[in-house]
Ligand binder design. Structure first.
Ligand code: SF4
Length: 245
């Protein structure tokens, strides 16, 4: 029987996430034995972007300029604009998707269009705003017809995302979709096998979940995405939105 949306709970009704019981929210998380590698306490995600991020912002701006001129793979031939990344250069939480789509290629910004709007609502449900996190993709140029990234393209583009993560130093990474999850975990397997536990990218914990574009097509998986994000909420001590004033 399909799960019902609880319209009294704005976290899920706002995002379309069906209701999950508290036991489902937290089941198993405390048993995963993950330790906070960056220390505990309140997340700076809840604050305005820190001034300390300005030098990180300058480094990212230089890197974005390199990307804009990059011709290291054939995607440079068909792109309109590169979509480097957007958000707080000192964000605690960083989302990584696979590649720009049509709107991203047109605007030069990752996760705009309908999938981006859903990601914004997911971020809002976490109690954050888009400008308080960082959003990037594995590839900075749009693959023709939105096909999956090819191995030689991800290899050619690898250094840019690696540098972004090292500059931003997020406390946790969220992989959106299988290509990003495989990239961040170094495992070529299904998303189903990568969900439900923490992974590690060079010392930074990684959570894998569904891409918003997939969730737009398969709404029944929104509940599972929200379940994945409980790991992020707990790890960063976030306060999810419980209602609207
Ligand atoms: S996808 Fe990456 S490696 Fe390929 S041209 Fe664009 S920026 Fe360069």
């Amino acid at each position: 029987m399909p799960e019902q949306v609880n319209h009294n709970d704005p976290i899920r009704s706002e995002t379309g996430f069906p209701h999950l019981g508290q036991d489902v929210h937290l089941r198993g998380i405390r048993g995963w034995g993950i330790q906070r590698v960056h220390g505990g306490g309140d997340s700076s995600c809840a604050d305005e972007p820190a001034q300390a991020g300005s030098s990180q912002g300058e480094i990212l701006a230089d890197l974005a300029a390199q990307v804009a001129n990059c011709r290291d793979c054939s995607l440079c031939e068909s792109r309109n604009l590169t979509a480097f990344g957007v958000g707080d250069p000192a964000a605690d939480l960083m989302f990584v998707g696979e590649a720009p789509g049509r709107e991203e290629d047109r605007t030069g910004e990752p996760f705009v269009g309908r999938a981006g709007q859903l990601l914004d609502r997911i971020i809002g449900a976490l109690g954050l705003r888009r400008e308080q996190v960082y959003i990037a993709n594995v590839l900075k140029c749009r693959p023709p017809d939105n096909r999956d990234p090819q191995p030689h393209e991800t290899d050619a583009c690898r250094t840019y995302l690696e540098q972004q993560i090292r500059v931003i130093q997020p406390r946790i990474l969220v992989a959106l979709g299988r290509p990003a999850a495989c990239w961040l975990t170094g495992q070529e397997t299904s998303l189903a096998r990568l969900r439900g536990r923490f992974h590690d990218w060079q010392g930074t914990p990684v959570v894998a979940t569904y891409h918003p574009a997939f969730l737009l097509r398969q709404e029944q998986y929104k509940a599972h995405c929200w379940q994945d994000l409980q790991q992020v909420i707990e790890y960063l001590d976030l306060t999810p939105v419980r209602g609207r004033s």
